[in-house]
Design a protein around this ligand. Structure first.
Ligand code: AQP
Length: 335
């Protein structure tokens, strides 16, 4: 079986409230990789149901993520855009990998601890096994690179450990490539606008904590105006942002949106008060996000088009995954 060299797989969960962190930490980076890699971009609906999703909302949110991919510049003709539940290889490989990965590895996953919270006994089994499904997503295509935000680094390490153990256990050296995380840009971890020490997240109860891909220009400006900062002006150097989480976050967002480094942004704004910097950031965010959100709305008004993209993508994804699964079945000894 041919060894892929430059195959990218990544996904976003259709859990609603798609936000600037998802865009800057993941989706925007997906776009650039299209020039150099063969890419599969998945709407990971099976991951989404590890916490309760209203069925009608799940369908709408699945189309929203697909629309965000396309509106951001992912080309579903040249690359593959699909939703996970349409390709049974994910579930089948996840089961086999559940029997390869070790409970001790999963017990160390910080995202499970964060998401399950204090009432761990009531979390779904799926939430606990989430990283193994993620390993299966990647390995079903023998993907070599996975663009993600920083929060997914630990899960990627588990995917690599699982691939390595499978290769060793079944005496198939190099069968699964060890996937490399691609954590890129100045906004690998966009923080909440209400609390610069917490990740911007879909599930934060405060809508003011995140800029979403559905926000109007007015919403964006309002949220940036209300973003938590401090009374000091912006420093001259990046070191001067230490201990100023809210300020660091806004400078990082500005850098990522403008394609500059934090240092370049500070060279432009050093000594500026937030009363000057926030409106500049709001203008930039509106300028960069509005064309995407407008195109997303247009696409979401045509669900039949989105469904046809997902269907065609699933056919192409199955064509890659099916031979991999057939070989996995042989290696495991299934007849
Ligand atoms: N705040 C963030 N900054 C940078 N990247 C981020 N990502 C998520 N939040 C940030 C990246 O977006 C991709 C898709 O994430 P996901 O939807 O699969 O899952 P998530 O990380 O659980 O997203 P949320 O928004 O934080 O949702 P909840 O609130 O449910 O936990 C991934 O590449 C992720 O790294």
């Amino acid at each position: 079986m041919e060894q892929p060299r430059n195959r990218v797989f990544s996904g976003v969960q259709p859990t609603g409230n798609l936000h600037l962190g998802n865009y800057l930490g993941a989706i925007r980076n997906f776009v650039g990789l299209q020039e150099t890699h063969e890419c599969l971009y998945c709407v990971v609906d099976m991951h989404a149901i590890t916490v309760w999703q209203e069925p009608k909302e799940l369908a709408a949110n699945t189309r929203e993520v697909a629309a965000a991919y396309i509106a951001s510049g992912i080309d579903p003709e040249r690359h593959i855009v699909f939703n996970q539940s349409k390709v049974s290889a994910h579930a089948e490989l996840a089961w086999i990998l559940n029997c390869v990965a070790r409970i001790g590895w999963l017990n160390r996953m910080t995202q499970f601890k964060d998401k399950a919270g204090k009432d761990r006994e009531k979390a779904s089994v799926g939430l606990y096994a989430y990283p193994v499904l993620m390993a299966a997503d990647i390995l079903a295509y023998r993907a070599t690179h996975v663009p993600v935000g920083e929060d997914q680094k630990q899960h990627l390490e588990l995917a690599r450990d699982t691939a390595q153990k499978f290769n060793n256990d079944f005496a198939a050296p190099d069968f699964f490539p060890l996937p490399e995380p691609l954590i890129m840009g100045e906004a690998t971890r966009v923080m909440s606008l209400r609390d610069g020490t917490k990740k911007m997240s879909k599930s934060d109860p405060s809508d003011l904590s995140r800029i979403t891909m559905r926000d109007s220009a007015d919403d964006i400006a309002k949220k940036i105006r209300k973003a938590q900062t401090d009374p000091e002006p912006l420093p001259e150097t990046v070191e001067g942002l230490a201990g100023r989480a809210g300020a660091d976050n806004l400078v990082g967002i500005y850098a990522a949106l403008s394609g500059k480094t934090r240092a370049e942004v500070l060279a432009e704004f050093s000594g500026a008060q937030f009363s000057v910097f926030k409106p500049a950031l709001a203008d930039l965010a509106v300028e960069k996000l509005t064309p995407i959100t407008t195109e997303m709305k247009r696409l979401m008004d045509d669900p039949a088009y989105i469904d046809s993209v997902l269907e065609k993508g699933a056919v192409r994804a199955r064509a890659i995954a099916d031979p991999v699964i057939a070989r996995v079945r042989e290696l495991v000894g299934f007849i």
